[in-house]
Design a protein around this ligand. Structure first.
Ligand code: FDA
Length: 394
């Protein structure tokens, strides 16, 4: 089944399908190839099946991590969350704001509607999507020549939309990086992002007893801080606050956790004035789950508040509660990571179109590129905005 098209897009995920429909709207003959049996595997499982498809703040480049923090600005400014929301509304998909500007589809398994939306928009402009199709080689002569498990493809332009390394069992591959290397395009080293953290045996021992316990915390690393829920797991820590900070964490760095972000450092001193006979554990348990309060308090002798000097109580609160330092041993890896940090170096790409500077007609979009969003709809917005930008030019 050989094919001659204007544009071949490799990867029928969020960025690839979105790019395809916009290129198709320009009248381009577009073929999308996907090695999975179905398109949009990550969209389907995203947001617990409800797809957190964007965030009202996703136009802010400060919420994206990249070696070049300004790179994402142009695409995000030209194709905004409002543009994707308009499409969701055009297709009559119900949605709601969950928290922190995160927009989710409404209803169980409603993420299917987002895949259907993309496939319908592609079909409306004549885009062909070929699934179960494996690329065996890609070369550039006058045109891009691909050999695939379903025959040869010749195309004027080629968009790499194969995503990144997280969740290999959903079809994630390092294909985009292989193509980048083939054409001598630099790659910013990749690592798992938005990923649960693991700890050394000594920490894991006390954390295991807290598995399932959650609390709202402020967690920081260097100048970056997130205030959201943290959750103890059997192997360490997860929950939105931990996933967020994981994308910024360098190996060996400490996490600084404030288990009671609404309390001042002298909250135990204030409690001592009112309840001198109370134990610190009792005061902590007024604000934190019992098991967590008991574990934190157990780091100190169980003396009544009245038996502590004010300075000692402030130091207790600071070291144990307000600025607790924890050093992760590692993370749960790509098998559990929502995204990959790093990717195709943005210095090699046009900020306007995502086209590579060295290979005219070759584009990279979506998660393959060294742009990683925060948790909460930012990564899909990057897929839409970068896919749209390439879709205007490919
Ligand atoms: P994506 O991974 O979506 O698509 C790449 C496509 O290329 C896939 O279909 C893949 O099979 C295909 N492919 C790969 N290699 C290939 C090859 N060699 N040949 C042919 N095809 C190939 N983000 C967000 O904003 N809101 C959310 O709710 C969530 N939730 C979420 C949950 C979970 C569990 C994960 C793992 C991730 C999220 N994300 C998210 C992140 C989001 O899913 C991700 O950033 C986007 O899907 C990236 O879109 P891309 O199109 O770049 O890659």
């Amino acid at each position: 089944m050989s094919a001659q098209v204007d544009c071949v897009i490799i990867g029928a995920g969020a960025a690839g399908l979105y790019c395809a429909m916009h290129a198709g709207r320009r009248g381009r003959r577009v073929l999308v190839i996907e090695h999975n049996a179905e398109p949009g595997a990550k969209i389907l499982i995203s947001g617990g099946g409800r797809c957190n498809f964007t965030n009202v703040s996703a136009g802010d480049p400060a919420r994206f991590i990249s070696a070049n923090p300004h790179f994402a600005r142009s695409a995000l400014a030209r194709h905004k969350p409002a543009d994707f929301i308009a499409l969701i509304e055009k297709h009559g998909i119900a949605y709601y704001e969950k928290t922190l500007g995160q927009l989710f589809c409404d209803g169980a398994r409603s993420s299917q509607k987002v895949v259907k939306l993309l496939m319908d928009e592609c079909a409306a402009v004549g885009v062909e999507v070929r699934t179960n199709c494996r690329v065996t080689s890609l070369s550039r002569g006058e045109r891009f020549e691909l050999m695939t498990s379903q025959g040869a493809i010749s195309a004027e332009t080629c968009v790499i939309a194969t995503g990144a390394l997280s969740i290999p069992k959903l079809g994630a591959t390092g294909f985009a990086y292989d193509i980048a290397r083939q054409f001598n395009i630099p790659i910013v080293a990749t690592r798992p992002g938005l990923v649960p953290l693991t700890f050394r045996p000594a920490d894991r021992e006390w954390m295991q007893h807290l598995s399932g316990v959650a609390a709202e915390v402020a967690v920081s690393c260097g100048k970056t801080s997130f205030r959201e829920a943290a959750l103890f797991t059997h192997r360490g820590l997860s929950g939105p606050a931990i996933l967020q900070i994981s994308s910024y964490l360098k190996p060996g760095a400490y996490l600084n956790i404030d288990w009671l972000p609404d309390q001042a450092a002298d909250f135990l001193v204030a409690a001592k004035r009112e309840r001198p006979r109370a134990l610190p554990k009792t005061i902590l348990a007024q604000h934190l789950p019992d098991r967590l309060a008991a574990t934190l308090a157990a780091q100190h002798p169980p003396r009544e508040l009245g038996d502590w000097k004010d300075d000692a109580l402030i130091s207790f609160a600071q070291r144990t509660v307000k600025q607790a330092l924890l050093r992760p041993a590692g993370d749960e890896g790509y098998a559990k990571a929502e995204v990959s940090v790093g990717g195709v170096d943005t210095n090699a790409l046009s900020q306007q179109t995502m086209e590579t500077r060295v290979v005219p007609g070759l584009f990279f979009v979506g998660e393959a590129v060294d742009v990683t969003g925060w948790l909460g709809g930012y990564n899909f917005q990057w897929a839409w905005s970068s896919g749209w930008a390439a879709g205007q030019a490919c």
